[in-house]
Design a protein around this ligand. Structure first.
Ligand SMILES: [Zn+2]
Length: 272
């Protein structure tokens, strides 16, 4: 290592730091004079604006919530978007106020999931221009995941079972729908078939509709990776469902939505 290499920061010794071994700081590049445009800087090129409601887990008149295109390591990773093509600092007072309400509501919804201790809320905004707030569920008891590095751990942890992920998406959607809007995600069906048939996914997670770099839409997008700005491509999960003409999934009787049996409110699920 050169003598002028920057010294390593204290956080590499934090229990939550995901890596060990020999590390060194990357050389810092010179600042650019003009920053490159973000994805969807113009509304006509904005993926969020052109993505239909059925790619989301819950929608309302002015807000939408979507998940990743597939399960990740955390119990839930969700994105809150406004419908309007605006960034955070552009929000008019109405949307700004509603953002506060929606942030609290979605945090509660995710925290209501079994095994979730905390919900991290982030907005980076370096990848895509259209406002998108990240909500990452930190598993209960996993103290090593506390704090700054949760988005990194999401890509390190073993991927959660798909049925659990789908149920979590549906429970959050049902929770939100208790206050208005329309739940899109539905609980998974009981898997009567052999595990070998367990290949279907919600339409928003349909492999054929995923982008080429969809694998990186996981935590890599959560940190709005500057080196690969396209990772923040909200095109991930732009699948279409065919069963969203109905108002919503049935609202669970339980206020917290926890005790609903998987598949109890689902029909034939023609969208899958
Ligand atoms: Zn937009």
């Amino acid at each position: 290592m050169p003598d002028d290499a920057p010294s390593l920061p204290d956080f590499i010794r934090w229990p939550s730091f995901p890596f060990e071994g020999d590390l060194r700081v990357k050389p810092l590049k010179e600042p650019v004079a003009v920053e490159p445009a973000r994805s969807g800087e113009n509304a006509e090129d904005c993926v969020a604006c052109s993505t239909p409601d059925d790619a989301y887990i819950w929608v309302s008149e002015r807000w939408r919530v979507r998940g990743m295109d597939r399960p990740t390591g955390l119990p839930a990773v969700l994105i809150l978007e406004c419908r309007s093509h605006l960034d955070l600092g552009d929000l008019p007072n109405l949307l700004a106020a509603e953002l506060g309400v929606m942030t609290v509501r979605l945090e509660r919804a995710i925290r209501s999931l079994d095994g979730v201790a905390r919900v991290h809320v982030n907005r980076w905004g370096d990848g895509s221009a259209h406002l998108h707030m990240w909500f990452l569920a930190r598993p209960h008891g996993m103290l090593q995941l506390r704090g700054t590095f949760l988005a990194l751990w999401d890509d390190i942890l073993p991927v959660i079972p798909e049925h659990q992920w789908r149920e979590n998406m549906a429970l959050v959607a049902a929770w939100l729908a208790e206050f208005g809007g329309q739940a899109i995600a539905e609980p998974p069906h009981i898997q009567w078939e052999s595990p070998a048939t367990f290949t279907d996914q919600p339409a928003w997670a349909s492999p054929e509709t995923a982008t080429e770099d969809d694998g990186a839409v996981r935590f890599g997008s959560a940190i709005d990776n500057l080196a690969e700005a396209s990772l923040d491509d909200p095109t991930a999960g732009t699948g279409r469902r065919s069963n969203h003409g109905e108002p919503s999934v049935a609202i669970p009787q339980q206020q917290d939505g926890r005790t609903r049996e998987p598949g109890a409110t689902a029909g034939n699920d023609p969208g899958r």
